[in-house]
Design a protein around this ligand. Structure first.
Ligand code: ARG
Length: 485
């Protein structure tokens, strides 16, 4: 029998009858989630209304109950919007807070809402509904991010810069080609997101606590009402697995790592040592002590924030690892990391899509926020013998085996280093002299070698899908534009 101290007037815990004393204050605080899961209030109410409608249609509750529930929920929506809703720790989570308020407003109909339902399938439904909304926001932002990068790239199919391996000058590429590499990454992120959405968009409701329910629910109808693509096929799985959240976290971690790599480049490019780009003032911050400073804080912070999103993936996957079927309270820990991953990715992509974009000035001129310093990029190519591979390829095309060509060019680079000039500046006679030890090299060198040693020649020769030749890069831009349109 219930303890005398357990009130019977509706202020009791939803499960108070079974208990002889109230939960301790510490336990109450420790187990409550209302102060973070109340951000799913809109989804909770949507789910409850769909459930109630179906219950009435199936004759499980009366039409007047449904009308009362709808009226009460409308009032609650208003209270939440106006900031008047009194979120109460005593009622543990968003679900119980709303149900309690509903019952206070409409009486018995409120108490009937939970028929054929458990908080276990309710929370799984809310999280999926909430995440679906975030996925749709992120899909749009990934489109905006790619669009910004493609439009910036479109200005720079002929802007040359060094491509790097090991952070050493490797071969010339265009700035557009470099940017399009990130477009590819974000395009794959968008594909991953489409995939995550498919598996997120399934309805758990009807699974009840874990085993299903004895009421004649119409799960398919609830799924349609809520825009789900179908219903979860196993009740134990429906209430307990959070693999859709793991997949989303994986998506978010990978996407943030892509942003982080781009951020690292922006930081490097903006440093005086590279001086490849500048960013519009509104994306930079100053130093409180060094008056000359303009720092790329957005890029640095995005790079830093990728850490917590990667961490959330680890946290969530570990959260699931030891859980037996079916629902365990552990699952309550899924929300904060999931919320933070979504928030961080959304904030970051929003600011980045803006920062990599352009704006139209008062005089009608379109100005890009990333200001490219072409001369600095070009000048960086005069260091590091960026066309050495082109020289080797030249010899190979004249019949020298590649390994011998590689050796011949290595000797030429050494000679160039000693004289302190770049390969195109070495007179033909000196080039030949440098290669005399490699049989077959000297007689294959002719005046036409200087065409391939230019940066433009190097770029133009990489003329295949995925190569940096300007016409290929323009074709890639056209493909990306039509894909994003
Ligand atoms: N607040 C809980 C969560 O986030 C809701 C489900 C609780 N169910 C239960 N039987 N304790 O997972």
């Amino acid at each position: 029998m219930a303890d005398q101290s357990a009130p019977q007037d509706g202020t009791a815990k939803a499960w108070s009858g079974r208990f002889s004393e109230p939960v301790s204050e510490l336990v109450k605080r420790y187990t409550a989630s209302v102060f973070f899961d109340n951000r799913m209030a809109a989804q909770d109410i949507r789910g409850s209304l769909a459930h109630a409608k179906m219950l009435a249609r199936q004759g499980i509750i009366g039409q007047s109950d449904l009308a009362d529930i709808e009226r009460g929920m409308a009032q609650i929506v208003g209270e939440i919007e106006r900031g008047e809703f009194n979120w109460n720790l005593d009622d543990e989570d968003v679900h119980l807070n709303i149900e309690k308020r509903l019952t206070a407003l409409v009486g018995d109909a409120g108490k009937r809402l939970h028929t054929g339902r458990s908080r276990n399938d309710q929370v799984a439904t809310d999280v999926r509904l909430w995440l679906r909304g975030e996925i749709d926001k992120l899909a749009a932002l990934l489109g905006a991010m790619q669009h910004a990068l493609v439009e910036l790239a479109a200005q720079h199919a002929d802007t040359v810069m060094p491509g790097f391996t090991h952070m050493q000058v490797a071969q010339p590429v265009s700035f557009a080609h470099h940017l399009l590499a990130y477009v590819e990454m974000f395009a794959r992120d968008a594909e991953r997101l489409v995939d995550v959405r498919k598996r997120t968009n399934r309805l758990p409701l009807g699974a009840a606590a874990l085993a299903g329910t004895s009421y004649p629910l119409d799960r398919e109808r609830v799924a349609r009402t809520l825009g789900f693509d179908g219903v979860c096929q196993n009740s134990l799985d429906a209430v307990s697995d959070r693999d859709f959240a793991l997949e989303f976290s994986g998506f978010a971690a990978i996407c943030m790592v892509h942003v982080s790599r781009l951020s690292e480049e922006i930081v490097l490019w903006m440093s005086q040592n590279f001086g490849f780009i500048d960013l519009a003032d509104r994306y930079c911050t100053g130093s409180s002590i060094m008056p000359q400073k303009r720092n790329p804080d957005v890029a640095e912070l995005a790079r830093g924030k990728s850490g917590r999103v990667v961490g959330h993936l680890m946290g969530l996957i570990t959260l699931m690892k030891g859980q037996p079927l079916a629902y365990n309270k552990d699952n309550q820990e899924d929300k904060e990391p999931l919320f933070d991953s979504a928030d961080t990715a959304i904030d970051t992509l929003r600011i980045y899509a803006d920062m990599m974009g352009s704006r139209v000035e008062a005089n009608g001129e379109k100005v890009f926020n990333v200001r490219v310093k072409r001369e600095a990029m070009q000048a960086a190519l005069t260091q590091g013998y960026a066309t050495a591979t082109d020289l080797a390829d030249y010899l190979v095309k004249k019949g020298l085996p590649f390994r011998d060509a590689h050796e011949a060019v290595a000797l030429a680079v050494r000679a160039a280093e000693l004289t302190g000039c770049d390969l195109p500046q070495i007179p033909l006679a000196d080039l030949k002299a440098a290669m005399t030890h490699v049989p077959g090299a000297v007689e294959r060198l002719a005046e036409d070698v200087f065409q391939v040693l230019t940066v433009e020649g190097s770029l133009a020769s990489r003329d295949h899908v995925g190569g940096t030749a300007p016409n290929q890069v323009r074709a890639a831009i056209a493909r990306a534009r039509s894909r994003l349109a």
